[in-house]
Design a protein around this ligand. Structure first.
Ligand code: GTR
Length: 317
């Protein structure tokens, strides 16, 4: 009798539309307040609102659900439903996306967005389905540059240094081409690795350099802007396939809207971060970028699989 009552009550709740929401777990390595985390929160709110509460997005910030490689694996298995990661570590799972981590690939910011939000960017998002993921949109991550414990103002200064990179082959090759050694390592471990001298430097954009407080332990920031590696928002294909046609539009639209918001927050934080690290004692160098760029040919030679894509990217005006 009691069981029957429970079943009846549960079906009634479903009927009047107050069933327990389907929880979607979202992962990000950055803390609350960081543009990517706030972007995902906005996307979650739009999804919740537009589906009348059928879905609820719970955001796990600061790497609570693991490093990016683990998060990607879990998202493929539908144990995590929203992954906001850099495209760099996605390369191991889907090689073509690694093209976006090639050094000095994009002419400028305008070119970057034209490529990402044009047919090539769309094609890469679509290709992710082959590994069980659906790419919803890209987020801004500006340009990455080196920061070190000893000053680096030109490529020669990097010689012999150990530089932490993301789990990405192009990044290792890029650092090696400059005469240093690329050491892949999880983001959460970088602070201690710098502090204890396990590595001599790392590389990232100003908001990461600032919020992860790496400037405290590697105070020389050399703005060589070697890569413009975008961020990406991924969901499991298993989840996508279960969505109704209407829900698919809601998810896509929510992601698109959140990208506009994230880009706005990004611009603000990029400037604030540079000022903040300087205030915190970091020294910023603006080097001759062509000196770095000139040494990148071996990286291009090492990844012939990207040749066609690179040509198409360069042709985007
Ligand atoms: C940041 C990026 C993170 C993570 C990190 C890293 O710029 O937003 O997703 O990839 O870099 O270097 O590990």
């Amino acid at each position: 009798m009691r069981r029957l009552l429970v079943v009846l009550l549960a079906s009634l709740l479903v009927f009047v539309g107050i069933a327990a929401p389907i929880v979607l777990k979202a992962a990000d390595v950055h803390p609350h307040g960081y543009p990517t985390v706030e972007g995902i929160k906005m996307m979650g709110k739009v999804i919740e609102l537009m589906t009348n509460g059928k879905y609820k997005v719970e955001v796990y910030a600061s790497g609570q659900l693991g490093d990016e490689k683990e998060v990607i694996e879990q998202t493929i298995m539908n144990a995590i439903q929203i992954a906001r990661v850099s495209v760099a570590p996605v390369q191991t799972f889907y090689n073509p996306i690694g093209v976006f981590t090639m050094p000095y690939l994009f002419r400028d910011e305008d070119h970057y967005w034209k490529v990402l939000e044009g047919p090539i960017g769309e094609e890469i998002l679509k290709g992710l389905e082959k590994i069980g993921l659906v790419g919803l949109c890209y987020y801004d991550a500006g340009a990455r540059s080196f920061y070190t414990k000893k000053p680096v103002q030109k490529p020669e200064d990097l010689k012999g240094m150990k530089i932490r990179v993301q789990a990405n082959e192009v990044m290792i090759a890029m650092v090696n081409a400059l005469g240093a050694t690329g050491v892949p390592m999880a983001y959460a471990e970088v602070y201690t690795a710098l502090q204890t001298g396990v590595v001599d430097g790392a590389e990232n954009n100003p908001p990461s350099y600032y919020t992860a407080r790496h400037f405290e332990v590697a105070p020389y920031y050399c703005l060589d802007s070697h890569t413009r590696t975008p961020e990406i928002v991924l969901i499991p294909k298993a989840l996508w396939d279960k969505l109704t046609p209407e829900e698919k539009i809601i998810f896509k639209t929510a992601a698109w809207a959140s990208a506009q918001y994230q880009k706005y927050l990004w611009k603000k934080m990029e400037e604030e971060a540079l000022a903040a690290v300087e205030k915190g004692g970091a020294k910023i160098f603006r080097p001759d970028i062509t000196a770095f760029q000139k040494l990148m040919q071996p990286v291009y030679d090492k990844f012939p699989q990207y040749k066609d894509l690179i040509q198409r990217i360069q042709a985007v005006k």
